[in-house]
Design a protein around this ligand. Structure first.
Ligand code: NAD
Ligand code: LMR
Length: 326
């Protein structure tokens, strides 16, 4: 039995993500939770002719039942940006939503993998980890900030500049976090094509601020949902492939708690941070190995330095929210 729960399943990301997860033959039960409309989404998806059972759970009192026996919980619950907002501006509303969901996970499915999509990811992942630590059920191998959209965008945007770069099969490492300057694509590691310094500069900027393109185009109607659903399904499916099927050697860039995770000491020491996104090999228990940061160009070193200083504040903000209520 592999039960996957989507929290925020009736939303802009939640619906297409749930649709994509309904296609997975590794999921036997898809539980859709939201404070509104999850029953309708579940009824609709439940008619699709794949083997998984779909259940809908609406409202706080239905959450424990949704989470019970969960193998994996994916969290795209919370408000999205509007033009002129930063991801950090979402903290006010989303921090409390994510904290409360994490508390329920601690009580009802303490061993589940938790995949955090809700922004600001740089702070919401520390929130989840601090809640689990307080409940004495924290396993750093099991909590992930989903930064896959940055990886997906990197491949696509590079392909637009260099059509010979195949975007579906070539993965680009993205380190740091998930907001503006904290997103650092490691373009110097791409071997298939070469770039001029100007191309590197403009591609890096586009990847860092790709989210803003969508927020602007949607003009008040939210942020990326469909590309995010695709990226979220990709990360979930890869984790299930590694943890359920036992396929080895699967790697994705993801934002994780460094201390206590296998292989993470080097990155923890060189960044001085407790949380960072980098390539992670996935396995039966979640994180199997945090891969060392690759060799960086001079420009990338400077970008990582900037990312680290911004991440410090984001991480502290998340931790303080849980520990001091500030
Ligand atoms: P949305 O408003 O369309 O959907 C959010 C859903 O969350 C709604 O259905 C809402 O009812 C639900 N919700 C609110 N409070 C809840 C609670 N306490 N419990 C369960 N569900 C609750 O928003 P969206 O476009 O789907 O975006 C969701 C979040 O994902 C935002 O914070 C957004 O910034 C973030 N996001 C992250 C990435 C990423 O790369 N990690 C990409 C895109 C969007
Ligand atoms: C994104 O990168 O598209 C998401 O984080 C949503 C946003 O606010 O930009």
């Amino acid at each position: 039995m592999v039960k996957v729960v989507v929290c925020g399943a009736a939303g802009g990301i939640g619906q297409p993500l749930s649709l994509l997860l309904k296609q997975s033959d590794l999921i036997s039960h898809l539980a859709l939770y939201d404070i509104v409309n999850a029953a309708g989404v579940a009824a609709d998806l439940s008619h699709i002719n794949t083997a998984s059972k779909v259940t809908g759970h609406v409202g706080k009192e239905a959450l424990a039942e949704a989470l019970k026996d969960a193998h994996t919980v994916v969290i795209p619950a919370g408000v999205p940006r509007r033009p002129g907002m930063t991801r950090d501006d979402l903290f006010k509303v989303n921090a409390g939503i994510v904290r409360d969901l994490a508390q329920e996970c601690a009580e009802n499915c303490p061993r589940a993998f938790i995949l955090v999509i809700s922004n600001p990811v740089n702070s919401t992942v520390p929130i989840v980890c601090e809640v689990l630590k307080k409940a004495n059920v924290f396993d750093p191998r099991r909590v992930f900030g989903v930064t896959t959209l940055d990886v997906v965008r990197s491949s696509r945007f590079v392909h637009e500049v260099k059509p010979q770069f195949e975007p579906q099969t070539n993965r680009i490492t993205v380190v740091g976090g998930h907001s503006g300057a904290t997103i650092v694509p490691i373009l110097s590691q791409i071997k298939q094509v070469s770039f001029t310094p100007e191309e590197i500069k403009s591609l890096t900027h586009r990847i860092q601020f790709g989210g803003d393109e969508v927020v602007k185009a949607k003009d008040g109607a939210g942020s990326a949902t469909l590309s995010m659903a695709s990226a979220g399904a990709r990360f979930t499916n890869t984790l299930l492939e590694a943890s359920v099927r036992g396929t080895r050697g699967l790697v994705e860039s993801t934002y994780v708690h460094l201390r206590g995770n296998p292989g993470a000491e080097w990155n923890a020491r060189s960044t001085g941070l407790d949380y960072f996104a980098q390539d992670v090999e996935l396995g039966l228990e979640g994180v199997a190995n945090v891969l060392r940061l690759p060799d960086l160009s001079e420009e990338e070193q400077s970008l990582v330095k900037t990312a680290i200083s911004e991440l410090k504040g984001n991480i502290t903000k998340g931790c303080n929210f849980v520990n001091d209520g500030t």
